[in-house]
Design a protein around this ligand. Structure first.
Ligand code: ADP
Ligand code: MG
Length: 867
């Protein structure tokens, strides 16, 4: 009755898919395989369980692209060389298998260079089963008892799943059984030794929280993507040994839920780990054969093993799968062993092979590009088109990134130095992939039936069997035990034997008893009905209560789930930030080092600057000192020259006065000649004594200067002192000629330069002047004059004669007088006056110029008039 009451509960429509905006980053794990040989150079070091460090191998220390010699990469988890297959499974694939059982999709792929351990990780080997056999084992361990009979679930050809009725399923099973080739019961361990003992029984594990009120079925497909073509590895093709048919490629289609699927791909329903693995191995063998036949390199193909789990709720009785296609939930787990990520083929690729390599690289390139664009879109909020369609691999898994699902990647690395550069690229791709987020799959909606149907149904069936067995046979319809018990509850009937025809007691008594019984029965029925309705209402109430409680629980569970998600998100965020901070710390460290170096540089440069500044200062002060000295010298020289100029002006003035006087004198003489008459021609032979008499005359009456400058009157020195006294002026520049041709005046005052004192004591002056004649000989000139007292109290000299003394051959001596013929009192020749004035000027100039150096001397010569 309880079951009936349940059955009447109206079925709720499946709840709408909750809109999901929670995202998880792609889980990237790193597995480092052991080195092939102990003596190989290693370029990877696991430095924590989330970080590895790459060292550039010795040959590559050139620090290309400005990268650090050591680079660190962080992942969700790093598995070192000692990691067992089981440990890896626990962390990486178990959550995906768990999700699959709870109706959520998952994608797991291995990525890395050829030989880095992708296949070892995904498939493994006997005794060391990889993620694939372990996932299968866990799935079957979990759903084993709740599997639907074969062919109850039946894939349609549009990536959907149908539920067949019991009869159709039975017919299909019979058809299958009649095909002898198919092993009937895979339970008997009749497995290929090639994949036997992949997982030891003690390692078996189970999912938690399996919905027992559902029925399950597992379907597997196995495809290979080679050169951007998809091949079905499970397709049954009639084998033709003579002309083997080349495998036909498949195409991708989109189903009504916008999920991508391989159209027409074989989906094999499997009921145990062994059967599933056997199917996988069949595909594997086919792949190997095809690769050998077509001369393909297996490392260049991607293999995709898809585990599909169909689940549908049991009906209300917990007897059969609910015949409702809408209630079927299909989840899938894709296990992908990607092609080697190296840029060029490991073996020498030529021609076709090279082209293929290019294509395979292309698909990995596309994967990289898709991840990059996705990351950019997510991080920068852009909406760039993700080029999923550029390759089959990305196109097939588009929904995992666009829609929802858990995506995990195991990055396999071989620490050998040869792989260093490729490994660097792998690491960069892996790091980037971690930054992509994928929508978290939502919880599967629950059907409207109360939970625990399977168990109750089971319990009911068991109880029924037990009771039947207790009774020891089929139930007797006439006399049910319960009825007997009920009858015993009635009052006993009176004896009903009639003693005689006149016995009118027995019958009425019996009637009365029966009526009584009838009444009791009526009452009991009423009571029973009353109780039944009451019970019914109570039960209904209880049912309602339970239902509301269940709803509350469901609600709470939802909230819990949300909280869990939040927690997980925060944890992920923390992880991410930690990784970032680690990276930044590393960078800071490097920058710190650089700063230190620069500071050191700065300090030494500053020191140098200081020392240079000091030197400069010293040099500047030195310069200033020199400058001051120079200035002193310049002003000294200027002063000296000013004085010199003044002196020379004075001399010139004096000379001019003298000239004037000479001209005056000449004029007078001329006058005298004119007035005395032409008979007297003794004038040229005028005795030298007469000459001496001229000055006193002049002194008495100073010559008028009608046009000349105002000359101060000169006073001739008196001769009271007795004989003439000479000032013998010999400039120091004169050359000692060591000849007789020089004046030797007794009692003369010899001076180098004329001075007031010497002049005041004398009345005659002679200057011995040397110059170079035109024939190169030195000629000496004696410039004579008389000393006068000026009116102002000073001394002045009036030049009167010039004698030229020169050593020369007698022939040329026609006009020049010999020194022996001349004395200080020798007469000047008439017509030599002009010569005299010129010579005087030269003499004065020469005397003045004697201190001036050759430049001035030269000037003196050029001024000389030619005789
Ligand atoms: P891939 O599929 O990446 O080309 P494989 O999985 O075929 O590389 O690995 C190459 C070889 O290295 C195999 O012989 C495999 O047994 C070995 N190998 C890989 N990873 C491991 C590991 N973690 N421990 C021990 N051996 C490994
Ligand atoms: Mg491989």
């Amino acid at each position: 009755m309880i079951r009936q009451a349940k059955g009447k509960t109206p079925r709720r429509p499946p709840p709408k898919k909750p809109s999901n905006n929670q995202k998880d980053p792609v889980g990237v794990y790193c597995r480092v395989r052991p080195l092939g040989a102990e003596d190989e150079e290693c370029c990877i070091e696991v430095i924590s369980n989330t970080t590895i460090q790459l060292h550039a191998p010795d040959g590559l220390k050139a620090n290309r692209n400005g990268e650090f010699k050591e680079t660190q990469y962080s992942f969700k988890k790093v598995f070192g060389i000692k990691t067992t297959q089981r440990e890896l499974f626990e962390d990486v694939a178990k959550p995906l298998a768990q999700d699959l059982i709870h109706g959520k999709n998952g994608l797991l792929f291995t990525y890395g260079v050829t030989g880095s351990g992708k296949t070892h990780t995904m498939t493994g080997s006997p005794g060391q089963g990889g993620l694939l056999p372990r996932s299968l084992d866990m799935i079957f361990n979990s759903i084993g008892p709740y599997q639907a009979k074969r062919y109850v679930f039946k894939p349609d050809d549009k990536n959907g799943m149908e539920v067949q009725n019991q009869v159709d399923a039975l017919l299909d099973r019979q058809k299958r059984d009649s095909q002898t080739s198919v092993p009937k019961t895979p339970n008997t361990r009749r497995v290929d030794p090639e994949f036997a003992d992949m997982i030891s029984p003690e390692e078996a594990c189970k999912a938690e929280g399996v919905d027992e009120d559902s029925s399950y079925s597992v379907f597997v497909s196995y495809i290979e993507i080679y050169n951007n073509y998809i091949y079905d590895l499970l397709e049954e093709t009639p084998f033709d040994p003579i002309k083997p048919k080349p495998p036909q490629s498949k195409i991708l289609r989109e189903d009504q839920n916008h999920n991508m699927y391989v159209a027409g791909c074989t989906e094999v329903e499997v009921k145990s780990t062994e059967e599933a693995f056997e199917v996988f191995w069949r595909g594997q063998k086919k792949r190997r054969i095809a690769n050998t036949q077509l001369n393909r390199e297996s490392s260049r193909s991607h293999s995709v093993f898809i585990v599909k789990l169909a689940q549908a709720p049991l009906d209300a009785d917990g007897d059969n799968v609910l015949q409702d296609k809408n209630q079927v939930n299909v989840s899938q787990l894709c296990l992908v062993d990607l092609a080697g990520s190296e840029r060029t083929s490991r073996t020498r690729a030529e021609g076709n092979r090279l082209r293929e390599a290019g294509n395979i690289n292309q698909s990995l390139m596309t994967l990289r590009t898709c991840i990059e664009v996705l990351r950019e879109n997510q991080m920068c909020g852009t909406n760039k088109m993700v080029p999923y369609r550029d390759s089959k691999v990305t196109h097939l898994f588009k929904n995992y990134f666009d829609g929802e699902g858990k995506v995990r990647m195991v990055v396999c690395v071989n620490p050998k130095a040869d792989d260093y550069e490729e490994t660097l690229l792998v690491m960069r791709f892996a790091e980037m992939t971690q930054e992509v987020e994928v929508a978290r799959p939502v919880d599967r909606p629950i059907c409207g039936f109360a939970a625990g149907r399977r168990q109750r149904n089971q319990a009911f069936k068991e109880e029924l069997t037990r009771r039947l067995e207790e009774r020891g046979g089929p139930v007797d319809g006439d006399c049910p035990t319960v009825l007997n018990q009920l009858l015993q509850a009635f009052p006993p009937l009176p004896p009903c034997e009639i003693s005689g025809p006149n016995d009118d007691v027995t019958l009425p008594r019996l009637i009365e008893a029966l009526e009584k019984r009838h009444k009791i029965r009526q009452m009991m029925i009423e009571e029973y009905n009353k109780t039944a309705t009451m019970l019914k209402s109570v039960l209904q109430e209880q049912d309602g209560n339970i239902l509301s409680k269940e709803n509350v629980i469901q609600e709470q569970r939802g909230k819990l789930g949300e909280k869990d998600k939040m927690l997980q998100n925060q944890k992920n965020e923390i992880d991410r930030l930690e990784k970032k901070s680690k990276m930044l710390e590393y960078k800071i460290d490097i920058l710190q080092k650089t700063t230190n170096i620069y500071e050191e540089d700065k300090r030494s440069l500053q020191n140098e600057l200081e020392s240079r500044e000091q030197r400069l200062q010293r040099e500047m002060s030195e310069k200033r000192r020199i400058e001051a000295r120079m200035q002193g010298m310049v002003s000294d020289t200027k002063l000296k020259w000013e004085k010199e100029c003044e002196r020379r002006v004075n001399a010139k003035q004096l000379e001019m006065q003298n000239k004037l006087w000479v001209k005056d004198e000449k004029l007078k003489q001329l006058k005298a000649i004119v007035t005395e008459g032409k008979t007297e021609n003794r004038q040229p032979q005028r005795p030298s004594r007469e000459k001496d008499k001229v000055p006193p005359k002049r002194s008495a009456s100073p010559s008028p200067a009608p046009t000349g400058p105002p000359v101060r009157p000169l006073h001739r020195r008196s001769h009271s002192a007795g004989g003439e006294r000479w000032v013998d002026h010999k400039p120091t520049t004169n050359v000692d000629l060591d000849t007789v041709m020089q004046p030797n005046i007794p009692n003369a005052i010899k001076v180098n330069a004329p001075n007031e004192k010497a002049l005041s004591k004398c009345d005659k002056y002679v200057l011995t002047h040397q110059e170079v004649a035109s024939d190169g000989e030195i000629q000496t000139k004696l410039i004579k004059g008389e000393v006068f007292k000026t009116r102002g109290g000073g001394q002045s000299v009036q030049f009167t004669d010039i004698e030229t003394l020169k050593q020369e051959t007698p022939v040329a001596a026609s006009r020049k007088r010999r020194s022996s013929e001349s004395g200080p009192d020798s007469e000047p020749m008439e017509g030599n006056w002009t010569d005299v004035e010129t010579r005087c000027s030269v003499a004065v100039e020469m005397r003045a110029g004697s201190n001036l150096g050759p430049g001035y001397q030269h000037h003196g010569y050029t001024k000389r008039r030619k005789p």
